[in-house]
Design a protein around this ligand. Structure first.
Ligand code: AMP
Ligand code: MG
Length: 398
């Protein structure tokens, strides 16, 4: 039997348990940015694959230019990509471009800047040591090397390396497919005229963006009036193939709590988490689809995602690190907090992480304060007053 009341840590674990690891699948490199590699990657080719020139210039035998300045005949021209490269005869040079294969017999490259750039004969002004400006096969990667380890978060350099060893896809935990549904008869989509008594809907925009930011696929469902049948119909229509449904609104203590009314007894537990804002939460599964129901106030919804859903989704994606970095700083203003809850204030820390300025009050409707913040100030359970200048715990969002 689930509990009715949770600490933030307990609830975070409960939410994480709801989202199992996502399946591993090969995805095109272009779709892998930010995802986690699920298996080691072994190089099928060496890098470079063959000895080649690191400079535009002339392939030479170092002994032939030891007495520079010296003029030598240019016997051939080797652009990058040419494969029928002739051996270099003693006493001659080949003009060669960066990345072109080194001709057999050559032991160094004279860069073009050290010559008169001739094409029939070339004046070489300086001697070179053998091996100069040659990139040897396998210098970077040897065929059979493990070049990327399972668990690596795939950023631009890792994706570039995968392509360099010839891979078109990588095995990753695929992005979660997340449905986002806001409820509230007062809600109007941004861009529409605003009738009296209505407000612009913002939670679905914020939550969907937060899902995408960590590599998930978010589908925003058109929000419905506070009507249980319409709510159920929208979910039933979109549930197939989804990994998670996130709703906002309709879970608190008032009347017309559409999410509570529709999902109570259907596999979702409505509980209280001892945090502020964001106390009323719901979790469970409806017909096999994990469901998380967030309170409607914008900061409550955002904070709920931040504290509970973000780490759970990162875990399902295979990330080793699922929590934000933390720090400590001194608050520039006193704060009070309900003793029985962990309070999350919005704040701005300075670059040196010395001071933090609380931004706005504790109200869960103050979205502009959240948007102006770069951290959360965590005031723990049992603390009612924080004095100006006291050291506080920060969760860093930037
Ligand atoms: P509720 O949890 O449905 O009682 O909503 C709490 C408060 O948040 C109310 O003032 C709602 O108007 C507001 N709210 C609920 N959902 C949204 C939303 N999607 N976007 C912006 N504000 C919302
Ligand atoms: Mg509502």
């Amino acid at each position: 039997m689930p509990k009715r009341s949770y600490t933030a840590e307990e609830y975070r674990d409960e939410v994480a348990a709801l989202l199992p690891p996502l399946p591993v699948t090969p995805l095109p490199l272009a779709d892998c940015l930010g995802l986690v590699l699920a298996e080691d990657v072994v190089a099928g080719v060496s890098l470079p694959p063959f000895d080649n020139s690191a400079m535009d210039g002339y392939a030479v035998r170092a002994a032939d230019v030891a007495a520079a300045p010296v003029t030598l005949p240019v016997a051939d021209d080797i652009p990058a990509g040419r494969v029928d490269v002739r051996p270099l005869e003693p006493g001659t040079v080949h003009r060669i471009m960066t990345g072109a294969p080194l001709p057999p017999g050559a032991d160094s490259i004279v860069q073009v800047e050290l010559t008169d750039a001739g094409t029939t004969n070339v004046l070489v002004n300086e001697a070179v040591v053998a091996g100069k400006h040659i990139r040897r096969a396998g210098e970077d990667v040897v065929v059979g090397d493990t070049v990327l380890r399972a668990g690596t978060v795939l950023g631009p350099p890792q994706l570039g390396l995968a392509a360099a060893v010839g891979l078109g896809t990588l095995p990753v935990r695929r992005p979660p497919r997340v449905l986002v549904l806001s409820t509230g008869s007062e809600l109007v989509a941004a861009g529409e005229p605003l009738p009296p008594g209505h407000i612009y809907e913002s939670n679905s925009v914020l939550i969907a963006a937060a899902v995408r930011e960590i590599g998930g696929h978010a589908t925003v469902l058109r929000f419905v009036p506070d009507d249980v049948d319409k709510f159920r119909a929208v979910i039933a229509e979109h549930a197939p193939g989804a990994d998670l449904l996130i709703t906002s609104g309709g879970v608190s203590a008032g009347a017309y709590e559409v999410v509570k009314d529709a999902l109570t007894g259907q596999g979702v537990e409505f509980v209280r988490v001892s945090i502020q804002p964001g106390g009323p939460q719901g979790f469970g599964s409806v017909d096999g689809l994990p469901v998380l129901t967030l309170p409607g106030n914008p900061v409550s919804a955002a904070l709920s995602f931040e504290l509970f859903i973000r780490p759970a989704l990162l875990g399902a994606l295979g990330h080793g690190v699922v929590s934000r970095p933390r720090a400590k700083a001194r608050t520039t203003a006193a704060m009070s907090s309900p003793e029985g809850r962990t309070q999350y204030r919005r704040g701005r820390h300075d670059d040196g992480m010395v001071a933090v300025v609380p931004v706005g009050g504790p109200g869960s409707h103050l979205l502009s304060s959240f948007a102006a913040s770069n951290c959360l100030i965590e005031i723990p359970l049992g603390v009612a007053e924080v004095a100006e200048g006291a050291e506080v715990d920060l969760i860093l969002l930037d």
